[in-house]
Ligand binder design. Structure first.
Ligand SMILES: Nc1ncnc2c1ncn2[C@@H]1O[C@H](COP(=O)(O)OP(=O)(O)OP(=O)(O)O)[C@@H](O)[C@H]1O
Length: 326
């Protein structure tokens, strides 16, 4: 399925603050602003890459959309339905259509369960294929769709390589026939040679089943191949979002430029200038005033520490928040 004009997911002003407690009465003394006013849409059939350094809030965004974490405020609507206000029953029904694939294929599969039980578990939870023989048939089909074999269904996770385990994770996510998959760093724990295989499988499955992906990664090179659009996140906020070619050819935000310059250039003749990001990512408990990127920004001016930049459209759906662009 090609990318359509239907918004399957709309995220508006989403915030997730974690309380920081201290003292014998465990009083809340501050908040970790993990997701701080994030808005974006995803169109049906599309892959939106969500990229940023460790700790910028990508996983929290994914988990809050699926209500694995409760949002502090904001709106998330999936196919027009307001997810954040659904009761448990309705949430359970809609969860079938939104699945997550996790980063660590070692930690996310129960070592004591066979592959058949792992992949079949969501079917049981959602009361699908109640007869064991039907469920096993479905599991076989799912394993084959991710390039594994039916014979492997009675084995345990430790008998598989990292890439194969991630395929098991993908098969499990697909079991309930979802529409949207949030893939949280699905290839970060894998060898580079295996990363491309898993990404290719995800792309093939997208075509076959008309899936939509939110694909989370900390590295812009990983999402380049698979994404239609890319959103760049820094300290709880999206600082730039646009379609893939625009982002890689014409990045507007200095943070995006720095992330791009960190990608190794395989061709030595096309050596590029590198922007080395100075210092550490500031704490999301007490983000810097003004533009939160200013302490590390190679182009920062005085005003950047005083005024918070607006998130503006610079044409053709290319949004960025940087005072230097005005
Ligand atoms: N349960 C929690 N309680 C308190 N703070 C949390 C909690 N979960 C995450 N955080 C903090 O929220 C911020 C965002 O974390 P998150 O895991 O979403 O970032 P990330 O971009 O996905 O990073 P990574 O790539 O390392 O997973 C971090 O500062 C993190 O320490």
């Amino acid at each position: 399925m090609a990318v359509t004009e239907n918004k399957i997911l709309e995220v508006k002003n989403l915030k997730k603050y974690f309380p920081v407690k201290a003292g014998i009465f465990r009083k809340t003394v501050a908040h970790v602003k993990a997701v701080d006013d994030v808005s974006f849409d995803i169109y049906e059939g599309e892959t939106l890459g969500l990229v940023g350094e460790s700790g910028c809030g990508k996983s929290t965004t994914g988990s809050t959309i699926l209500r694995l974490l409760e949002a502090t405020s904001g709106e998330v609507s999936f196919k027009g339905e307001d997810i954040l206000s659904l009761n448990r029953n309705k949430l359970r029904t809609i969860r079938k259509e939104m699945q997550m694939i996790f980063q660590d294929p070692y930690a996310s599969l129960n070592p004591r369960m066979t592959v058949a039980d792992i992949v079949g578990e969501p079917l049981k939870i959602h009361d699908l294929y109640n007869k064991k023989s039907d469920r096993d048939e479905k599991v076989k089909e799912l394993l084959e769709s991710v390039g594994l074999t039916a014979e492997q269904m009675n084995r345990y996770p430790h008998e598989f390589s990292g890439g194969q385990r991630q395929r098991i994770g993908v098969a499990r996510a697909l079991a309930v026939d979802p529409k949207l998959i949030i893939a949280d760093e699905p290839v970060s724990a894998l060898d580079v040679s295996v990363q491309a295989q898993v990404i290719n499988i995800l792309q093939d499955l997208q075509k076959e089943f008309g899936l939509t992906y939110l694909f989370i990664a900390h590295d812009l090179s990983v999402v380049k191949h698979i994404s239609n659009r890319v959103a760049v996140m820094y300290l709880g906020k999206i600082v730039e979002i646009t379609n893939k070619s625009e982002l890689y050819d014409n990045p507007l935000h200095p943070y995006t430029q720095a992330l791009l310059s960190a990608i190794p250039e395989p061709n030595p003749e096309r050596k590029k200038e590198r922007t080395i990001l100075e210092g550490d990512v500031p704490s999301p408990v007490n983000p810097p005033s003004g533009c939160s990127f200013h302490p590390r920004c190679p182009a920062a001016m005085d005003i950047c520490s005083k005024v918070e930049p607006e998130f503006k459209d610079y044409g053709n759906g290319h949004f960025a928040s940087c005072l230097l662009l005005d």
